[in-house]
Design a protein. Sequence first.
Length: 212
Amino acid sequence: MRLVDLTHSISADMPVYPGTEPPSFQVGCSIEEHGFAEKKISLYSHTGTHIDAPAHLLKDYKTLDQLPIDHFYGKALVISCENISNKIIEVSLLEPYKEKIKDVEFLLIHTGWGQYWGTDRYFTNYQVLSLESAIWLSNFNLKGIGLDTISADSADTHDYNIHKVFLKKNIIIIENMKNLDGLTDNTITLSCFPLSFMNADGSPVRAVALIE
């Protein structure tokens, strides 16, 4: 079995959603002074490669800790939606994968935008699903949708309608994924377990592809 890391490392200078504070790291204990090393880490729940829970945008919907543990593990299809001139992923681009999507629990969309991670360009003009595409996908028996972009909605959104289509059906959204380019048109096993904490509206994950 081969493992592929789909997760960006967390660091103090990493890209974060505009308006969010970056993570901070403080030395709590050092080997020289205390005999052991320990850090204090402060970060928002939607930092880096992370999961959005239904409760992220919908009042009284489920948090990550209310979902069963197997919701974060399963069969995934990776597709490519690069080089779309209008940046909108229409249903017509997804329909050829219809039968394969029926057979998986996650759909991971490689847009190629991950190449701009660490630059200002990463935050704008990335590919997004049309509302019709999101509704179309929400009718499959999916546990989650994964993307190599900062958000499932466009940068200028105020309503987060794409998010809400999925989250209303307990379809989690995994954002800021990496290394999807070498996996396109393949079915993999996805592991994307969140941190276990109460009332989790979201959580960083260590997303990994397991390939037989």
